[in-house]
Design a protein. Sequence first.
Length: 155
Amino acid sequence: MAYRKKTWREKLADSKGLPKTGPITGRMSTRWGKGTMVIPAPLEVDEIMRAVPKGKLTTIDHIRAALAKKHRVTLACPLCTGIFAWIAAHAAEEARAAGEKKITPYWRTLKNGGELNAKYPGGIADLKRKLAAEGHRVVAKGKKFFVADFEKAAA
């Protein structure tokens, strides 16, 4: 039987038994402190990203805060939340290529501090174009790109 690589949309839909909550332990407690944490399901991250309206923006930290509140825990896993946002972005472009019109507006989800995520489909150039089309101004700071005054457009 030949191995078939999963599509981005299949990866997004595969919850692998998530979400899971539990105590913050080990090396994580050194960085994040005491309390409880949720490892969200990929579709939970996508759902929050889909809810950001045109002209508004969110960050991975805002998504993590919403997930923590939803699950009544101290924090949402930073690594998993970022990875699932990346998967949601690629799944959205896969859906667009398949002819779907209403896709997850991943370009509205920024890294913390308002930075554009160069790992999203199309890279910085495509993100800049999509954000400019929604009225946002992108500025370069060294080799990184940020939405100017992104806090004012927070969803």
